[in-house]
Design a protein around this ligand. Sequence first.
Ligand SMILES: NC(=O)c1ccc[n+]([C@@H]2O[C@H](COP(=O)([O-])OP(=O)(O)OC[C@H]3O[C@@H](n4cnc5c(N)ncnc54)[C@H](OP(=O)(O)O)[C@@H]3O)[C@@H](O)[C@H]2O)c1
Length: 350
Amino acid sequence: MKHRHIGIKHQKMLVTEIRSTTYVLLSSARIRLSVNRIRQPTNMALKQTVLVIIVSVFVYKLTGVFIANTFDGSELIGKNIIITGASSGIGEQLAYQYVRYGANIFITARRERRLQEVIEKCRSLGTSKQKYGFLSADMGKVEDRGKVIETAMEFFGDIDQLILNHAILPPVFKWSGTPEQLEHLHVTLNVNMVSFVHLTAAALSSLRRTSGSVCVVGSGSGKIPTPFALEYTASKFALDGFFSGLRYELKTAKENVSITHCFLGYISTEAGCKSFDKIMSMYESPNKFLIDHLQPGKPEDAAQAIISATTRRLGELYFPSYQMIWLTSVIRSIFSDSDSLFSMEFAKDK
Ligand SMILES: NC(=O)c1ccc[n+]([C@@H]2O[C@H](COP(=O)([O-])OP(=O)(O)OC[C@H]3O[C@@H](n4cnc5c(N)ncnc54)[C@H](OP(=O)(O)O)[C@@H]3O)[C@@H](O)[C@H]2O)c1
């Protein structure tokens, strides 16, 4: 067991080393590319782009395999975890997996009955020593946000990980700026983004005491715009702006609170499948290749990846790796006209 831990520690350092080296290489390659795009013929820039893409995918996949192999979750035994949006989908799976790792959980969402059912299943998966709490709360209401953090702390003490997972998934429509759409924009930004900030603010002093972690469950739509789901896309982009900035501020102030932003691709939750189908139906000649070949990730695998990334205090997670969100977002930042996840050629209204 001891040997295994030494091995894991060593592998973790190796992974961190590979990741930071890749990051530096990529950043310098990206700067060179931007310069080249101005100075050199497009052909040259294109070749370099292809090279960077191939090398990045290779290294990213390699480190991904290392990461998956080195996480055993032993550090989660007895830790106190808050999970929002845990009444269904990925949040529900997060609750089950944290309990399997021996953590204490406090879950929240609006549907009380569903929360009770999730807690019952958690009890059957965990031990009598673990703690299982829940509170029904609406993240659209400012007062409920503070109540969730307060009640959780009364229940199990200081917080080790705050998993911000709840969201209004996209009601799909073409944006035309009607009063209803404007009102809904406000609601979506409030639930999907502002409430994340409020919850983090309320939990921060506790997280400082535990050198804890915040996990932001975001979306590929927060890196690559998704047509017909603009409010959702806007709320997920806003999360990146705020939490990347906060991560920097915490780091420079030498505060030991980590922030992990998870950019998820298409995951086969009930809500995720519904949204994907609706978005696809908005296209005149749907991208059949994409529909047939875009294999959704499983909610339980997404939960596993989120827990591993948060516990390892990684800055970002892109899951599933084969959906290439990271790569697509890099391409988007190089070629400004590759602006949408689903090429605009397919859109009804160009
Ligand atoms: N599935 C995908 O393809 C996909 C892709 C990218 C990112 N994601 C992200 O993954 C996360 C989970 O999504 P999911 O697919 O698991 O969807 P889901 O099953 O619909 O989960 C959303 C959760 O948020 C809760 N919620 C919604 N509005 C709330 C409110 N006003 N107050 C409190 N809780 C609220 C819901 O519970 P109640 O209704 O009981 O309140 C539910 O538990 C979301 O952040 C989503 O953006 C999902």
